[in-house]
Design a protein around this ligand. Sequence first.
Ligand code: ATP
Ligand code: MG
Length: 290
Amino acid sequence: MPVTALVSAKSCGVTASALALTLASKRPSLLAECDPAGGTLRAGFLNADATAGFGLYHLAAAQRTGPEALSNAFVNHLWPLDEAGHRKLLPGLTDPAQAAALERTWPRLSDVLHVLADQAGYDVFIDAGRLALNAGHLHAQLTPAPLLHQADLVLLVVRGNEQSLALARHVIEPLRTELRERGSGPDALGLLLIEDGPYRTHQVSDALKTPVLGALPWDTATAQYFTTGGRPPRGHARSPLLRHARTAAEQIEAAVSRRRIQQEYPARPANPQLAGVLQRLAEQRRGNRG
Ligand SMILES: Nc1ncnc2c1ncn2[C@@H]1O[C@H](COP(=O)(O)OP(=O)(O)OP(=O)(O)O)[C@@H](O)[C@H]1O
Ligand SMILES: [Mg+2]
């Protein structure tokens, strides 16, 4: 299954969209909240149930011990998003000042996410926050650059209005160049359109010279619930946002499959040091059932 990273030029729905895709996926799924500016799901959607002792920041300390420690810690810091534990969240940073400690963790975390996707069939979504550039490249501390370089797909989230497109125009070429020079290729880049505004899919594609790989409707009630938590709105499982997210997740998977066939890109080398993550996940699943 694919590892898909979502980014924006400026807050336009990355977190709500990533959560919608994770909840709507037909497979086991994982949302890694890796926005260096700090995560919002813990205080919002999770209603502060997950304490600060839990989440992404703690992986930095584990990574300093070694890859095995990182893969063990990773499973302990996943928060279940459903009772069966099929959907999981790695809650994000509680303080943007923590981001500097993660710089060396991103490449190893990326390896773990790819093991989950390739070997355990997880649909992995990464909330990579807003793009920050430095001398034309992704900023080393203000973006989780290695996660974007290694993702199967990088989706720039845009809204269908002039303000959003105007900002996206400035970041799209540097992002494409970054993926060409340091990532898995410029064709890893696509758009996720939030249908807020007059621009339709083909217009957005033309304006940014990049394919729109999925579209999500403007659905205030569901998005609000995803961002602030509280009581779910009635029938939210059948809400427009979740229904369209299901289609978008399928389109994303199809786009990654096409890319794999076209590029014939080599399978990632197996990393035996990370095999523990699969074992720990299986144990967790057995624990959930027992
Ligand atoms: N599909 C949608 N329909 C309606 N409102 C939406 C939708 N997606 C996001 N929103 C709203 O837009 C606002 C920003 O959403 P969100 O927090 O997901 O953006 P973000 O890109 O992650 O922002 P930040 O960069 O600040 O983390 C929230 O109020 C959210 O409810
Ligand atoms: Mg966000």
